[in-house]
Design a protein around this ligand. Sequence first.
Ligand code: SAH
Ligand code: SF4
Length: 383
Amino acid sequence: MSEVTRSLPGLFPDELERLVVSWGEPAYRGRQIFHNIHRRGILDPSVMTDLPLGLRTRLVKAGSEPVRRLRSIDGLTSKLLLRSHDGQEIEVVEMKTAPAGEPASRKTICVSTQAGCAMGCVFCVTGQFGFARNLEAGEIVEQVLRFSTPTEPVSNVVFMGMGEPLANYGESLRAIRLLTHPDGLRLGARRITLSTSGLVPQMRRLADEHLQIGLAVSLHAAKDELRSSLMPVNRRWPIGEVLAAADYYVERTGRRVSFEYTLMAGVNDADEQADDLAHLLYGRLCHVNLIPLNPSEDASLHASSTQRALAFEARLRHAGIAATIRVNRGRDILAACGQLRLAERKRRERLPPLPLGEGWGEGGERGRTSAATSAPSPALRAV
Ligand code: SAH
Ligand code: SF4
């Protein structure tokens, strides 16, 4: 095992077996623990009643505790703030949708992979916090398990919360392997999407893993000068290298890559910039997700108008590029990661702790979340 100190949800069945055997228990107890955690979603060993009491008391409870839970007025989106054993705050978002043409509704969980992020993208609240530490695989999996119920299992997981998953490569991959484990949640790899700001060597490495997960690449600009000003990582790996790595991913996996493009008024949303993007991506097996900007710390950045977003989308489509505008609620899931933590910090400076489960729109969150979850324009579609 690596040097990472693992919580129980971060261990595979064979590792749990070795652990319990080292305590003088039979190996099958290890598989039982895995089943309890990953199939039944039991994170507290004291209620794993199929285990002997002596073993239950030896197992250490999973690391983080829920601090705050918010639910949108329509009940479809929930956010959970967890506090880890060392006081790090981790955001998780759940989004329920009923996509047209699909028999069952979807429950998508947006997970964080790091506490903070070192990449420093100017439009991102998490980026402006700076980096605290990598999350351990168990801490990533636990975010999913907290939303999984026997009657409403999780159907999709997106690595689009706080942090750069490919900067925490080993633990993100381990989390993916735990989530897809046949004795656990059994999530299909195709139902997992990992989003990256474009760490080229890790993108190539991921392509060689023989996984069928989806890859989303945050592009946000078609020209290096602009992208570098928005995303410092572009100075290290410019657009040409990122696209070459994305092409390699398509080549190795046969899966279409999506490009995320957050629309910022007057920054990257002009017709000419849509044409540059279409030119850049032409002929590629890809899809562009246009994301209206969520409020960020940089007061000079604003979301593009709906009209501008639609014009940008139309221009891409006219040029033969598959593109969709992500609805506000979906977008909210991404960028609101970071915002809840920020709101909680501001709240703590002013208020005593609040109980879990209060409605959305409470206190300092009201203005931001209610605006972000208001009914989207009928012209905007979910992806
Ligand atoms: N670090 C990874 C994954 C987490 S961020 C990445 O950057 O891809 C997930 C997505 O949210 C990225 O596409 C990111 O650019 C976008 N995002 C960040 N801040 C945002 C904001 N304020 N408004 C809209 N999208 C934002
Ligand atoms: Fe990090 Fe992604 Fe935010 Fe950039 S957008 S700072 S890579 S979390």
